[in-house]
Design a protein around this ligand. Structure first.
Ligand code: AMP
Length: 301
């Protein structure tokens, strides 16, 4: 089933009568039947009985809607959206679409937008809603042509306006709000390394927060690259201390309200990361009522 279709009428209804956005958002995700669910918080430390989860979790993968899942990852820079979105994308067989990657691809292409985007991104600011929606629409259109019918979005929406546009054109099933202790976020961004050849994401930071004043400690091991990537690692130009702090400020001002947007619609699953991947991945799967058989097998081997 197709995921996207031309539908400028839906865009017009979705925005608050913003003509520019309606025209740039040419290719839209097809609107599907409403899905009811309840608001939810999942604390993996205390809530492994799967109480308080959105009702959406009862129906996964290919839904009764006749399409694959349409999920969104929210969370501060450095929280690990890319890591977990990519793992879930492999598990569920839906594309992981990171708008930050779309922006970086556009930057690398030296197209007409690239110098404008470079300035915005290196200052840690947000690209305009129009540009980001245009990039996302083109990516969805290309996916439709290849038969994609679902997605896991990472880095979109980042403003309430983007969320309104998305909500106006499709029925997002679930929004996973990843949360990590603030002390770890900056270190995670500064430790991030990317393979310039395969795009793989690694991290050299070793986070070891001691237990203090009744708060538990937290350990996150580095995520080293495989040998073939080790000599090709690069750092993102916007992962400097000054720019990361700016990105965190912008998250608070512009993206935090997006959490409320989805919370009020009963679509938000709050997930507090308890530590690194070995600890967090199984608990996230549990929160989502999913099972990763390959992961289990490799752990048992
Ligand atoms: P990320 O890789 O998600 O950290 O994104 C890198 C940069 O791309 C951000 O700092 C923004 O400048 C831009 N960007 C990515 N997604 C969006 C979005 N949804 N809205 C506006 N700007 C975005």
């Amino acid at each position: 089933m197709a995921v996207v279709s031309r539908c400028s009428r839906a865009a017009t209804a979705a925005t608050t009568a913003n003509a520019t956005t309606a025209t740039t958002f040419t290719y839209l995700i097809r609107s599907l039947s409403p899905f009811s669910s309840s608001s939810s918080t999942f604390d993996p430390q205390n809530d492994l009985n799967n109480r308080n989860k959105p009702a959406v979790l009862g129906t996964l993968k290919r839904e009764s809607k006749g399409r694959n899942v349409q999920w969104v990852f929210l969370g501060c820079p450095g929280v690990g959206k890319g890591t977990y979105a990519s793992r879930l994308s492999n598990l569920l067989g839906v594309p992981h679409i990171a708008t930050g990657d779309l922006v970086r691809d556009e930057l690398a292409s030296s197209g007409p937008l690239s110098s404008q985007l470079k300035e915005i991104v290196t200052q840690g600011k947000l690209v305009s809603d129009e540009i980001i929606i245009d990039l996302l629409s083109k990516r969805l259109e290309a996916g439709e042509a290849k038969g994609e019918s679902g997605f896991i979005l990472d880095g979109f929406p980042r403003t309430v306006r983007q969320a309104e546009i998305l909500e106006g054109v499709t029925d997002i099933d679930l929004v996973i709000n990843l949360k990590l202790r603030e002390e770890a976020l900056l270190a995670k961004c500064l430790g991030r390394r990317i393979c310039s050849e395969c795009g793989g994401n690694y991290n050299v930071a070793c986070i070891n927060i001691k237990a203090e004043n009744g708060r538990p400690g937290m350990y996150m091991a580095p995520l080293p690259p495989p040998p073939q990537c080790a000599s090709k690692l690069i750092t993102r130009p916007d992962d400097t201390e000054e720019v990361v702090k700016q990105r965190l400020r912008i998250y608070q001002a512009m993206t935090r309200p997006v959490e409320d947007f989805y919370r009020s619609r009963g679509k938000l699953l709050e997930f507090d990361l308890p530590g690194g991947i070995p600890e967090s991945w199984p608990k996230l799967l549990c929160a989502l009522n999913l099972e990763d058989r390959e992961d289990k097998q490799s752990a048992a081997a």
